[in-house]
Design a protein. Structure first.
Length: 424
């Protein structure tokens, strides 16, 4: 198949799929497919709740259309799957969205078609888990009747500098010819260029270790923060001093959530265990990072007790609920760990986040963020996410939300050490 003959369908229009569809939609005919009717209606009206694309960008994608109807993608011959790959309550990979998307594509797959996956998975998942589904639903044979490619997403939600086109893209194909085709396709829109991997498994592995590496680096800094807190040393001051050396990596302690860093390592460890290897370092880092919410609340309770603030029934304000700053993405936010831990202490918790929609928070976590602060004041305030709005408020305004002796715990260095009672 020639590059000019490709007719694209993007399956899944979330944080990854929509920006990709918009960029391709500037250059060639693209059908954006999603099973969420509300999402399609929103996009057709020119709105994007993820804020990853603007109205102007949606309008500029003049060859892009949106649909929930499977029949609208039957004429396509290249399907790019961009659905999420979460973990379940037991920290195991949940391939349900990926398998269902493969079933959907399998129903319309034809001889000569190409299916490209962008979802983050463990090495081997595309060929071992997705391909059999495509074969079963289509009745076609892999690498004879249809082909696969893999190009892991590198979207950074909320980042307006590093966009889909300006981040180098890893590509791979199930045959050398398909690898060339997939690479050429992405080179149409990726101004930063591409890196063609030698196989789909190599590309899958490359993606999953990108975030595993970051996870472990943050785990190290989190552990250092625990040590320095016990020693009465300000972690941020230590990191600034160490950072004066040119090759010291600028990681900071904190909650590790989101759809990538807090999830992807479990895909790698799952596969490692399946082949008989128990990964010690990766899982140790995960345990440490997953325990930070409990640690934060433990420190807060100690500080409240020292100030003779009754913890049972205390009113606590949690500022920020998204998984990162200046972004509405709630997926796998670890702020929820703090909220749940506070509720275990029978605290009354108010969550405030100007970026998060009430509907999303209620749908994902059954929680309703506040739109106005309690005028009677709070016993404790936790600065959990470094939204620009919170930085602009300043320490005086933030402290003004609390009672005179309220404990302020700054997880993100929004205010100075002199203006907060606790910092990581």
């Amino acid at each position: 198949m020639k590059l000019s003959e490709l007719k694209l369908a993007i399956v899944g229009l979330g944080y990854v799929g929509l920006p990709l569809a918009v960029e391709f939609g500037r250059e060639r005919v693209v059908v954006g497919f999603d099973i969420n009717q509300r999402r399609i209606a929103e996009l057709r009206s020119g709105e994007d709740f993820t804020l990853e694309t603007t109205q102007e960008e949606l309008k500029a994608a003049k060859y892009l259309s949106f649909t929930t109807d499977l029949n609208d993608i039957r004429d396509c011959n290249c399907y790019i799957v961009t659905v999420p790959t979460p973990i379940d309550e037991h920290k195991r990979p949940d391939l349900t969205p990926l398998i269902k998307a493969s079933e959907t594509v399998g129903k319309v797959l034809k001889k000569g078609d190409v299916v490209i996956y962008e979802s983050t998975v463990y090495p081997g998942c595309t060929e071992e888990d997705c391909v059999p589904v495509l074969e079963k639903l289509s009745g076609l044979k892999f690498n004879e009747d249809f082909y696969c490619g893999y190009s892991p997403e590198r979207i950074n939600p909320g980042d307006k500098e590093h966009r889909v086109t300006t981040i180098k893209k890893v590509t791979a194909g199930s045959t050398p010819e398909i690898a060339d085709l997939v690479d050429a396709l992405y080179n149409e829109i990726i101004t930063a260029g591409t890196h063609k991997a030698g196989s789909i498994k190599v590309a899958e592995a490359a993606k999953v270790i990108e975030n595993t590496q970051r996870d472990l680096n943050i785990a190290l800094i989190n552990e250092l923060a625990l040590i320095f807190n016990k020693m009465g040393i300000d972690t941020e001051e230590v990191l600034q001093a160490a950072g004066s050396k040119w090759n010291f990596l600028p990681f900071r302690p904190g909650l590790v959530g989101g759809h990538c860093i807090g999830v992807d390592p479990y895909y790698l460890t799952h596969k490692a265990q399946a082949i008989g290897y128990h990964p010690e370092v990766i899982l140790a880092g995960r345990r440490l990072n997953d325990g930070m919410g409990r640690y934060v609340v433990g420190q807060l309770v100690k500080a409240m007790t020292k100030k003779r603030i009754q913890v049972d029934g205390a009113k606590v304000l949690v500022m920020g609920f998204a998984f990162k700053e200046n972004c509405p993405d709630l997926r796998n936010t670890r702020v929820i760990d703090i909220v749940n831990e506070l509720k275990d202490y029978n605290c009354e918790v108010d969550i405030y986040d100007p970026w998060v929609t009430i509907e999303e928070a209620e749908h994902e976590y059954g929680l309703t963020p506040i739109t106005r602060f309690d005028s009677s004041g709070y016993d404790a305030i936790i600065l959990a996410v470094a939204h620009e709005e919170f930085k602009k408020m300043g320490a005086t305004a933030i402290r003004g939300l609390g009672k005179p002796n309220a404990v302020v715990y700054d997880l993100k260095y929004i205010v100075s050490s002199q203006q907060s009672d606790l910092r990581l």
